[in-house]
Design a protein around this ligand. Structure first.
Ligand SMILES: [Cu+2]
Length: 122
């Protein structure tokens, strides 16, 4: 009789432990709870015939969002080495390290060819 009681108690304890393991929520480590980093945002003013700023630097792996503010006439930015182009916003992940020249992608007058900037991915 006593043995039956002990066995029944052990089964009850095991069932409770099993239920606890099954239904309790695991505690997530802090690193996993961290939200993915937001994009690094840059606002670049485009004028006849320059960009301001004309150099931006990011870290490899960064998400990047460039907003082009066309201050006079329509301009845009293209980064041929990265296959990127946009007239208002350009969003990308800076996968490749290096220095990349950007150009105006809308013909805007005599100085258009000189419009350049540089993206540095460290
Ligand atoms: Cu232009």
């Amino acid at each position: 009789m006593k043995i039956k009681l002990i066995v029944a108690s052990l089964i009850a304890v095991a069932a409770l432990a099993g239920a606890y393991v099954l239904f309790s929520k695991p505690v997530a480590p802090a690193a996993i709870e961290a939200v993915a980093p937001a994009a690094k945002e840059f606002k670049i003013d485009a004028y006849k015939f320059y960009f301001s700023p004309d150099v931006i630097a990011v870290k490899q792996g960064d998400k990047v969002k460039i907003t082009v503010n066309n201050a006079d006439v329509p301009h845009g930015i293209k980064i041929p080495d990265l296959g990127l182009s946009g007239n208002e916003t350009i969003e990308f992940t800076a996968d490749k390290a290096g220095e990349f020249t950007w150009y105006c992608n809308v013909y805007c007058g005599e100085g258009h060819q000189k419009m350049q900037g540089r993206l540095i991915v460290e």
